[in-house]
Design a protein around this ligand. Structure first.
Ligand code: GAR
Length: 216
C-alpha cells in the first residue's frame, strides 16, 4: 500500500456493487485511498467474493452468532480497529448500529442510502417513493451519526420516476447513480477535503446544505 493512502474498511451485507465501484475507482488512485478489509454480517454476501477477487481481506462476522446487538457491535468495532482505518464505509450494511459503535467512528464513517434523505429512512425506499407518487427519487451519501439515516448529507443524486416503474426498475436506476457518487465522496474524504463539523458536512471549507453538494 502507498504510504500516503488512507486505509478504508468497507462493511457490506450483500451484493457489493458499491464496494466494487470503490475498489475499481481506487485502482488508479492508489496513493489516495485503499480498501484494506471488507467485513460482512452475512456469510453468503457476494461482496466477500468481490473482495477476495481483488486480494482484499474478506471477513464475515455472522450476526446470528451473537445474543445482543452490543456484543456484535463490540466485536465488529475491534475487528475494524485492527485495520486502523482512516475511513469506514457502509456500503449496503443492513444493520442498525449501537450509539457507542457509531460514536467510536464519528466523523470518519459514511453510508449510502437509497433515497433522497430526509425522505424514506429505513427499508423499502423504492416502494415508498412509488407509493407516494414521487416524480423523482435517488440516493444520498451521508456521515453516520447515532440518528438512524439522519447524519449530515454530503451528496445526493436524483433520478426520474417513470409512470410504469416497479420497485426493481427504480432500484436499478438509483444504484447506477450510487456507483457514480460514492467513490467520489470517498475520494474527497481521503484527500482531507471533506470533514464533519458541528453535525454538518464541510467540503473544501464550505458547509454543505441539507441536501449536500449541489450537482445540478
Ligand atoms: C444499495 O442500494 C444501498 O443504497 C442500500 O443497499 C444497497 C446495497 O447494494 N443500502 C441501504 O439500504 C442502507 N440502509 P450493493 O450491495 O450492491 O452495494
Amino acid at each position: 500500500m502507498e504510504a500516503s493512502a488512507v486505509p478504508i474498511v468497507v462493511l457490506i451485507s450483500g451484493n457489493g456493487s458499491n464496494l466494487q465501484a470503490i475498489i475499481d475507482y481506487f485502482e488508479s488512485r492508489a496513493t489516495i485511498g485503499k480498501v484494506v478489509a471488507v467485513i460482512s454480517n452475512r456469510p453468503n454476501a457476494y461482496g466477500l467474493e468481490r473482495a477476495k477477487n481483488a486480494n482484499i481481506e474478506a471477513i464475515c462476522i455472522d450476526h446470528k452468532n451473537f445474543d445482543t446487538r452490543e456484543a456484535y457491535d463490540n466485536l465488529l468495532q475491534k475487528q475494524i480497529e485492527h485495520f486502523q482505518p482512516g475511513l469506514v464505509v457502509l456500503a449496503g450494511f443492513m444493520r442498525i448500529l449501537t450509539a457507542d459503535f457509531v460514536q467510536s467512528f464519528e466523523g470518519r464513517m459514511i453510508n449510502i442510502h437509497p433515497s433522497l434523505l430526509p425522505k424514506y429512512k429505513g427499508l423499502n425506499t423504492h416502494q415508498k417513493a412509488l407509493d407516494a407518487g414521487d416524480k423523482e427519487h435517488g440516493a444520498s451519501v451521508h456521515f453516520v451519526t447515532p440518528d438512524l439515516d439522519g447524519g449530515p448529507v454530503i451528496i445526493q443524486s436524483k433520478v426520474p420516476v417513470f409512470e410504469n416503474d416497479n420497485a426493481e426498475e427504480l432500484a436499478q436506476r438509483v444504484q447506477e447513480q450510487e456507483r457514480n457518487i460514492f467513490p467520489i465522496v470517498v475520494d474527497w474524504f481521503c484527500q482531507k477535503r471533506l470533514t464533519m463539523k458541528n453535525n454538518k458536512a464541510v467540503l473544501d471549507g464550505n458547509e454543505l446544505s441539507e441536501s449536500g453538494y449541489a450537482t445540478d
